[in-house]
Design a protein around this ligand. Structure first.
Ligand SMILES: [Zn+2]
Length: 504
């Protein structure tokens, strides 16, 4: 099967079969059926959404031998010749290659002659924004006093670059990017007609890769059919697109959540052995983090089914929303930095380690810290049921308390002043005094009460602290970490103190 066979075969030949542009189609059909015809139409939209396809259908509607209508017959010689791209009164120009004023003038000079065969001479000018100013001026003269037998159909990916004087003489239509689901459905329908077996995840991959362009989707589908020897399988499409198995990405984020540096490196190594493209992997990782963030904001809106859905919801629980944001940034920046990395593998693993070092704060750092320096608090907090009582180590208790959000930050930013078994007095530095609002104090009090199993009096005052908060410990652990020190010393990095958070 030769390349682009499907793209050509399934190019829509009438308004009915044009997918995803219903709003434009409705308006055009109405105008045609009412015989309210304009001299100039402008179709704007990103590449591959069907601008020139629509232009050809419109040209048929105008010149079909059965009469002007929104349902050209598709059988008369005008329709057939337009479909075949050899109709004498349809003049298609690509402005990207014909921007010279002379060529435009010559084209327009010929427009005064009546059409050879059809009702109208139809000029389709693609990428019209590429015309030079003088070429636009030449066109404008014709647009101002257009002969009855002339129709202009302009298409552009960049309508901003078209002079207002031209825009104002066109009937404008903005074509939408096609949503992946609509593309996948269309591919499924075509494959059904062609009696070609396909797997649904494969079509989802193809429609995602087409990025809103039906033309690209059809080209990719052709390649996939050739690649798969007549079948369209998920495995084959993945290999063709160099797409990453989602399972890798989930495993990576699960590793970050578990703070499992060794596991992360093992996965990266396996990806390398399978020649996964790391640029694409970082992109997909960003896209998965986006899904995690959405799942955190609206868990009930998570669609899909099966094990990946469960894993997504588990990730949404395992991460702090702020950590998700941070990891997302690291993935995006890691991708931008990839060209400067020693190699893609190094760039990719550094991005993963950065997530460990920063997003989950001290514990990730501690695991690679090889003992030196003070042990961060979180590593000695038992993960089992909390111990009742208090040994005076407030930073450790602050991390262990059953708290979330700002109340947790309050606990972690404060220093113990006094504790006598019934009342507890804390001090918060002036820079963090916004954490000490009553509502957050109430939550902290409730958590303390839960911890001690009895009412506790809590006093929070604002004042200078002596460096013995959970935050201070996390910052110390971070700055002692060899990897972070290397970043600071050799890459001119600075540690954003406020971004460091003790482990939950
Ligand atoms: Zn016809």
């Amino acid at each position: 099967m030769s390349y682009q066979v499907l793209a050509r075969k399934w190019r829509p030949r009438n308004f009915e079969s044009l997918v995803g542009q219903e709003h434009v189609v409705r308006a055009l059909r109405h105008a045609l059926d009412e015989k309210r015809l304009h001299h100039a139409y402008l179709f704007s939209g990103t590449r591959g959404v069907g601008k020139t396809t629509l232009a050809r259908i419109l040209a048929k509607s105008l010149n079909c031998e059965t009469g002007i209508s929104s349902r050209p017959c598709g059988k008369c010689s005008a329709c057939l010749e337009i479909d075949a791209g050899r109709y004498v009164d349809l003049i298609e120009v690509d402005a990207a290659t014909n921007t010279k004023v002379d060529e435009m003038r010559e084209l327009l000079e010929n427009s005064v002659y009546a059409p050879t065969r059809g009702r109208f001479k139809v000029y389709v000018i693609d990428e019209v924004h590429m015309l030079s100013t003088s070429a636009f001026n030449a066109m404008l003269k014709t647009l101002e006093e257009p002969p009855e037998h002339i129709k202009f159909i302009l298409a552009t990916t960049d309508p901003q670059k078209i002079p207002v004087t031209v825009l104002s003489r066109c009937l404008q239509f903005n074509l939408k990017q096609m949503p992946p689901a609509a593309i996948a459905a269309h591919l499924a329908a075509i494959l059904g007609e062609e009696k070609i077996a396909s797997e649904e995840p494969a079509l989802r991959l193809l429609s995602g890769a087409a990025r809103g362009s039906m033309r690209d989707a059809l080209s990719l589908l052709d390649q996939a059919i050739a690649h798969g020897g007549g079948n369209v399988t998920e495995q084959g499409v993945r290999a063709m697109l160099g797409a990453i198995d989602d399972a890798y990405l989930y495993t990576i984020l699960e590793g970050v959540a578990r703070r499992d540096a060794q596991g992360l490196l093992a996965i990266a190594e396996e990806m390398r052995s399978r020649s996964v493209a790391f640029d694409g992997a970082l992109q997909e990782l960003g896209s998965l983090l986006h899904k995690v963030a959405l799942a955190q904001a609206a868990p009930e809106a998570v669609d899909g089914a099966g094990s990946l859905r469960d894993r997504l919801l588990a990730l949404a629980k395992a991460f702090d929303p702020e950590d998700v944001q941070l990891c997302y940034q690291i993935a995006i920046h890691g991708r931008q930095d990839l060209p400067f990395a020693p190699d893609d593998f190094a760039g990719f693993t550094m991005a993963l380690l950065r997530m460990l070092a920063f997003a989950t704060g001290e514990q990730g750092a501690a695991e690679r810290g090889k003992g030196g320096g003070e042990k961060p608090a979180a590593t000695v907090v038992p993960s089992g049921p909390r111990q009742a009582g208090f040994d005076g180590d407030w930073p450790r208790l602050a991390n262990a308390l059953n708290l979330g959000g700002v109340a947790k930050q309050l606990a972690q930013a404060s220093e113990l002043q006094r504790f006598d078994g019934e009342s507890i007095e804390l001090c918060v530095p002036p820079a963090a005094k916004h954490l000490a609002e009553k509502g957050f104090q109430d939550k902290l009090r409730a958590a303390l009460q839960e911890h001690f199993g009895k009412p506790v009096r809590l006093t929070v005052r604002i004042g200078d602290t002596g460096g013995n908060t959970a935050r201070d410990r996390a910052a110390a652990a971070i700055s002692q970490d060899a990897f972070v020190r290397d970043l600071v010393e050799n890459f001119d990095a600075t540690i954003v103190e406020s971004s460091i958070k003790p482990t939950q």
